[in-house]
Design a protein around this ligand. Structure first.
Ligand SMILES: [Zn+2]
Length: 621
C-alpha cells in the first residue's frame, strides 16, 4: 500500500515548511532563511535553519535536517506515511491509498527487505513459537522485558538447519542475496543451510533504523561453538561503520549532548530498559575511527563504560586515544569489581547508575587511577614511566589550551614542576611531527622538491574542481526543472571527480528523468544516507564556500536573481576545467612520447580538445 506520488507532492506543496515548523519552534527571519533554537539538541545560540525558498531545514549544531515530512517524523516520532497523513488532514487533502502500486526496487532496497523479512521471522520464533521457549527463558533470566524484546527486534533461530531456508523459499526471497547477507550458506552438493541456527538473534540497525545485519549468540553451554556469529560485510553492512543501538539512542544523545559507550548488546538493552537511553555499543569490533566520526555527528561528549576486567580496561585505554585524536571529550566510568553494565543496572537501578555517570572521571584521572591500582606509583622508576605515558596521551589533543590545562593537573597531582612536563610534552610533539615529516620526504631532496611542486599544483586544481562540482550540486537543488535539463544535456555524472558528488549527481538526474517533481524538498528524500544528507544541506545552506563567484553570479544589475545565467557559467566552467585536465594529461604524455606515431596521435587529440573548448564557449542556456 502506497500513497501515490502526486498526492505526496500535493501535500508537500500545500504545507509551507516555515509555517509548519513555527507551530513548534519560534523562528525569526535572518537574511533569506529563518533561524531558531534547535528542538533536537540543547543549544543557547540558534543554529537551526529553515529555508522557505527550498522548503528544507538543517541544524548546523546536530546535523538534523530534511523536508517538512522529515521534521514531523523526527519531532513527533511518527512514520513517513503518518507525517504525510497529518499534513494532508491539516490542509484538507484527501488521500487515496494506491494498493496496486508496485515499486521498482534498487538492489540495496531488496537487501534491506530481505533483512526485514528475516528479522520478523526470527522475532516471531522468539515471541510466539513453542521452540522459542528456551530462548524466552534465557531472556527472562537476563531480566529483559517483553517490551525490550520487541523494541530491539530480538529473535530466535530454530535448531533445524534448514528452517530459514524453507521460509525464504516459501516467501520467494532471492537465495543468492540471502547468501550475500550471510543468512544462509550453501554446501558443496548445492543444498542450502541456515547460518544462524540455534542462536538468539540481535538485529543490527543502521542509524536510520533499517536492519543491516544480525548477530547470533549461543545461549547455553555448547562446546566448539563460537559465542557470537555476525553477518559478514555486505553492500549494506560495513562493520566498522555501525554503532549498535544508535537508531534507538540518537535523539536522546542529541538531547543530553552526550553518549555512553558500552561493549555489549545486552548491556545496551538493559540500560535502555532502565531508562538510560543515550547509549551505543561497539558491536563485534574494537572501536574504530569511522564509528567515532559517526557518533561525533550527534555529540562530542563520550563516556566510556566498559567491563572492569583486563580486556575492558585495555579497550578503554585504546579507545581513549582514538577518541582524543578525533577531538572528542572523553570521560570514563569505573564499575565496581565483578560488575558489568548489565548486572549493575539490574542490581542497583537507574538512580545509582546515574550517580555513577556523574562521577565519571576524566580520562587522565582514569588512567592515573589504573596505574595506581597496579602499584606503579609507589616505585619512583615506574612512576617516571607512568608520567611519560600520561603526557603522551596529552600530546594527542590538538587544542593547545585544553592540553595545557590538563598538563597543569598532572603537575599538581604528582607535585612536579610544570615546565618539566612542558619540556616532555614538547619533545613528544616534535618527535611526532618529525616522524610525519620523514615519512613524507623522499630520500632525494630534488625529488622531494619536484613532488612538492607537483602536489601543490594538483591541490590547486582539486580545489577549483571541487568548488565547481559543489556549485553543480547546489544547482541540482535549486528546484528548477530547466536547470536540471540543462545540466543533464551537458554533464555526465561520471565526469565528476569526487565520489560523493558523482553519486548525488547521478541519482538526482535519474530522478529528473523518472519524475516531474524535482523540488529541493522532494530530491532530499532520495538520499537516505545521513552523511550524504548532511553534505547536501551544508551545500544548499551555503556552509561550504562554493566557488567564489556564486553570490556575484546569482545577481543581475537590478539585484534580481539570475539562475539561468549562473547555471550556464557553472556548466561551462566545469566542462572547461575537465577539458583542460585532459589537455594537460596529453601534453604530459607528449613530452614523454618517444615515437613519431604517438606524437602525431597525441597532437591530433590535443588539437581536437582545444577545438572543443571553443564549442563549450558557445553553449547557451
Ligand atoms: Zn540541532
Amino acid at each position: 500500500m502506497r500513497i501515490p506520488e502526486n498526492k505526496i507532492e500535493e501535500v508537500r506543496n500545500a504545507a509551507n515548511i516555515v509555517d509548519v515548523i513555527s507551530e513548534y519552534v519560534s523562528l525569526r527571519k535572518r537574511g533569506k532563511n529563518y533561524l531558531g533554537l534547535c528542538p533536537f539538541h540543547n543549544e543557547k545560540t540558534p543554529s537551526f535553519t529553515v529555508s522557505s525558498e527550498k522548503q528544507i531545514f538543517h541544524c548546523f549544531g546536530c546535523h538534523a535536517g530534511g523536508n517538512v515530512f522529515k521534521f514531523l517524523m523526527d519531532y513527533k516520532k511518527i512514520s513517513y506515511v503518518e507525517a504525510i497523513q497529518e499534513l494532508a488532514d491539516e490542509f484538507g487533502i484527501t488521500i487515496e491509498y494506491d494498493e496496486k502500486y508496485v515499486e521498482i526496487q534498487s538492489e540495496q532496497e531488496i537487501l534491506y527487505d530481505i533483512n526485514t523479512v528475516a528479522a520478523k521471522y526470527f522475532s516471531n520464533n522468539l515471541l510466539s513459537a513453542s521452540e522459542g521457549e528456551t530462548a524466552r527463558k534465557y531472556f527472562a533470566e537476563r531480566k529483559l522485558k517483553q517490551q525490550s524484546l520487541r523494541s530491539f527486534g530480538l529473535g530466535y533461530s530454530y535448531s533445524a538447519r534448514d528452517s530459514f531456508v524453507k521460509y525464504a523459499k516459501e516467501n520467494k526471497l532471492d537465495l543468492d542475496k540471502c547468501i550475500h547477507l550471510g543468512l544462509i550458506g550453501r554446501y558443496d552438493d548445492g543444498n542450502y543451510y541456515d547460518k544462524f541456527s540455534s542462536r538468539i538473534i540481535f538485529p543490527i540497525f543502521s542509524p536510520n533504523g533499517r536492519v543491516v545485519a544480525f548477530a547470533g549468540r549461543i545461549f547455553d553451554d555448547r562446546e566448539n561453538w563460537a559465542k557470537y556469529l555476525n553477518s559478514p560485510e555486505s553492500s549494506i553492512y560495513h562493520k566498522g561503520k555501525i554503532l549498535y543501538g544508535l537508531s534507538h539512542a540518537k535523539d536522546e544523545i542529541r538531547r543530553q549532548n552526550k553518549a555512553i559507550l558500552v561493549e555489549g548488546y545486552m548491556d545496551l538493552i538493559s540500560l535502555h530498559q532502565s531508562g538510560i537511553k543515550n547509549v551505543v555499543a561497539v558491536s563485534g569490533t574494537a572501536l574504530t575511527e569511522d564509528q567515532i566520526q559517526l557518533l561525533s555527528r550527534y555529540t562530542k561528549n563520550v563516556i566510556l563504560l566498559f567491563d572492569a576486567d583486563n580486556a575492558g580496561i585495555k579497550a578503554s585505554m585504546r579507545s581513549i586515544e582514538l577518541l582524543l585524536k578525533q577531538e572528542m571529550e572523553v570521560r570514563v566510568i569505573s564499575l565496581p569489581k565483578g560488575e558489568d553494565p548489565d548486572s549493575f543496572v539490574n542490581n542497583f537501578g537507574k538512580e545509582k547508575f546515574e550517580e555513577l555517570v556523574k562521577s565519571a572521571k576524566n580520562f587522565l584521572e582514569y588512567q592515573t587511577a589504573f596505574y595506581e591500582s597496579q602499584g606503579l606509583l609507589e616505585d619512583p622508576m615506574r612512576l617516571t614511566e607512568v608520567i611519560k605515558e600520561l603526557v603522551k596521551t596529552l600530546a594527542l589533543i590538538n587544542d593547545e589550551l585544553k592540553r595545557n590545562l590538563l598538563l597543569k593537573s598532572i603537575a599538581k597531582k604528582f607535585n612536579i614542576r610544570e615546565n618539566l612536563l612542558e619540556d616532555e610534552l614538547e619533545k613528544i610533539i616534535n618527535v611526532t611531527n618529525k616522524t610525519a615529516e620523514q615519512k613524507n620526504n623522499v630520500v632525494n631532496e630534488k625529488n622531494a622538491e619536484e613532488k612538492r611542486v607537483r602536489e601543490s599544483k594538483k591541490e590547486k586544481v582539486q580545489g577549483e574542481n571541487l568548488a565547481i562540482e559543489r556549485d553543480l550540486i547546489k544547482l541540482l537543488f535549486e528546484g528548477d526543472k530547466k536547470i536540471l535539463g540543462f545540466i543533464a544535456s551537458y554533464v555526465t555524472p561520471e565526469s565528476l571527480s569526487d565520489e560523493t558528488n558523482k553519486e548525488i549527481c547521478r541519482k538526482a538526474l535519474d530522478e529528473y528523468f523518472a519524475k516531474k517533481d524535482i523540488s529541493a524538498a522532494a530530491l532530499t528524500e532520495i538520499f537516505p544516507e545521513e552523511e550524504i544528507q548532511d553534505y547536501i544541506y551544508e551545500i544548499t545552506f551555503d556552509k561550504y564556500s562554493t566557488s567564489r563567484r556564486w553570490a556575484e553570479r546569482n545577481l543581475m544589475d537590478d539585484g534580481k536573481s539570475n539562475l539561468p545565467k549562473q547555471a550556464e557559467d557553472i556548466v561551462k566552467n566545469f566542462l572547461l576545467i575537465k577539458i583542460d585536465e585532459r589537455i594537460k594529461d596529453n601534453l604530459q604524455r607528449l613530452a614523454e612520447a618517444d615515437n613519431e606515431e604517438l606524437v602525431k596521435g597525441l597532437m591530433k587529440i590535443i588539437d581536437e580538445l582545444t577545438q572543443s573548448k571553443k564549442e563549450i564557449a558557445n553553449i547557451k542556456f
